[in-house]
Design a protein around this ligand. Structure first.
Ligand code: BES
Ligand code: MN
Ligand code: ZN
Length: 517
């Protein structure tokens, strides 16, 4: 289903918050006590130490309204604790929402982004459609505006399209109250850019949320084409014949088992007057459903494999953001979309496939299909002239074993590129953790009959999957993001709904901005 990304209007205000006429003012309460609020330290009485709560807002009238509640001793000060006051005296706002941000000493824009999302989710659940958020003065204004806008947009998304009882509760308008003598024009630009990034992240989540009967490779390609048309990107989609003609034997080996034709989606952003190099290639795994193929998955939880195209959807959303932000660097987005199915035409364990690069692959497990489609996607990107590569994929259950749900796995064959990416993901507020790619791991994917096997056993399986990809990135600086544990929220959180997270898009966009400088 399409068209549910209703945009949220964002406005900056430089008025004192008390003067803002709004459905609700939102202010952050921070715990100033020396002991950090999340530690297990206990006071002499055996109870947790009482927090010393203060508002992260410079406005005297707002402080006065909140003072009694903050001093009452009723609050824990734990992150996301919320209280809504009606008709706050001395304010033009109809309500004041206080949200706790936890310990003041540890409060960063990473937390602020989540508070922004939590404010949206708290207020829209009450049917409120607009509010004003007081930017905390402790965070530089530009960083704060970016975090609030992005976080609010993330919070505004809900994946309940197919429920007849959808409440359709959305925030339509957000005002951010900024104090101090900030550069207004620069802040407006920051807000506009953050809006593009947040909307693109929701565009990606929209694609990921669709079940496989409504998001086939063909439909994914159509959605990419439509988006490209809207934002002025070149988009080509290659079908089965072209994929075979280009000798993408690894990609085709996955696609051959399904009645749904695969799609190779190629989106090009080439702004006028940019240098020929660098060229960044963004390659996404677009498996619209992963049954495992002949090495079929167990029934329990298989329905989740509709999100196995999250890496591809991330690249499509990233290209949208890039087209609208217009950085001065060439970027090519490539999505290898296919369904992994068992059938009379499906590949079988033991089969040998020849990838586009010429390397031969012994198929040990047809469920290790993501690395097969990406092998040809990465090689193709290099053929198109990419000098940097980033892929994103829900590639392995192994990365979930290694890192759980909090961090995406990052792999890199180039330390300088990794450092740039690490900086970008930090600014984007996305948690990622680097895993190694030592030569020793290559032994696990050595084959007797072919150049390489498509699985390396249980030990370090996220790493051996990345080692497989490395064979196709070769000497091109490359980063691999394994988002299997982070692309889908298993539970709702105060700042985000259960369902697709849109992870990695913001880091990719930040990285591209860095490349163009
Ligand atoms: N799509 C899966 C990985 C996955 C697991 C994504 C959990 C999201 C959540 C991938 O294609 C896969 O099946 N990987 C196998 C590879 C194994 C057969 C070598 C895995 O990691 O178990
Ligand atoms: Mn699989
Ligand atoms: Zn898969």
């Amino acid at each position: 289903m399409e068209g549910f990304i209703r945009t949220m209007q964002t406005t900056l205000s430089f008025l004192t918050p008390a003067e803002l006429e709004t459905e609700s003012l939102v202010a952050i309460a921070l715990d100033q006590s020396e002991k950090d609020a999340t530690s297990t330290d206990q006071s002499a009485s055996g109870k947790r130490k009482k927090p010393q709560l203060n508002l992260a807002a410079g406005d005297g009238a707002v402080l006065t309204v909140a003072a009694d509640l903050l001093a009452s001793g009723e609050l824990t000060g734990e992150p996301f604790e919320s209280n809504l006051l009606h008709k706050p005296a001395g304010l033009k706002a109809k309500r004041l929402l206080l949200i706790s941000g936890g310990a003041a000493k540890k409060f960063t824009s990473y937390d602020l982004r989540r508070i922004g999302g939590a404010a949206v989710r708290t207020l829209k659940a009450r049917g409120i459609r607009s509010f004003a958020f007081i930017a905390p003065p402790s965070i530089p204004a530009e960083e704060a505006v970016k975090a609030i806008v992005e976080g609010a947009l993330v919070g505004n998304f809900d994946p309940d399209y197919y429920r007849s009882d959808r409440k359709d509760q959305k925030i339509d308008a957000l005002t951010i109250a900024v104090s101090g003598n900030a550069d207004h024009a620069a802040l407006e630009k920051t807000a506009r850019e953050a809006q593009i990034i947040g909307e693109s992240q929701n565009f990606t989540r929209d694609l990921v949320n669709e079940p496989s009967n409504r998001m086939t490779p063909t439909i994914l390609a159509d959605r990419a084409k439509k988006m490209c048309q809207q934002v002025g990107l070149r988009c080509e989609v290659h079908g089965p014949d072209k994929i075979k003609e280009m000798k993408m034997g690894a990609f085709w080996s996955v696609a051959q088992g399904s009645d749904e034709p695969p799609a190779l989606i190629v989106m090009t952003y080439e702004p006028a007057g940019t240098p020929a190099k660098p060229v960044l290639g963004l390659v996404g795994k677009g498996i619209t459903f992963d049954t495992g193929g002949i090495s079929i998955k167990p029934a329990d939880g298989m329905e989740k494999m509709k999100y196995d195209m999250a890496g591809g959807a991330t690249m499509i959303g990233a290209m949208r953001a890039i087209a609208l932000l217009k950085p001065k660097v060439k970027v090519i987005g490539i999505v290898c979309a296919a369904e992994n199915m068992p059938s009379g035409k499906a590949q079988k364990p033991g089969d040998v496939q020849i990838a586009m690069s010429g390397k031969s692959i012994e198929i040990i497990n047809t469920d290790a299909e993501g690395r097969l489609v990406l092998a040809d996607g990465l090689f193709y990107a290099r053929q198109l002239g990419c000098t940097y590569l980033i892929d994103a994929a829900t590639l392995t259950g192994g990365v979930v074993v290694a890192l759980g749900y909090a961090n995406a796995g990052v792999f890199a064959n180039d330390d300088a590129m990794y450092e740039r990416f690490h900086k970008a993901s930090g600014e984007a507020g996305e948690k990622m953790w680097r895993l190694p790619l030592d030569d020793e791991y290559k032994e696990q994917i050595r084959s007797t009959i072919a150049d390489i096997m498509n699985t390396g056993g249980r030990a370090g399986s996220a790493i051996t999957a990345a080692m497989f990809l490395k064979e196709f990135a070769e000497d091109t600086p490359w980063i691999h993001l394994d988002i299997a544990g982070t692309a889908w929220m298993e539970e709702q959180k105060p700042w985000i709904a259960k369902g697709p997270s849109g992870i990695a898009l913001r880091s990719l966009v930040e990285f591209v901005k860095g490349l163009s400088n």
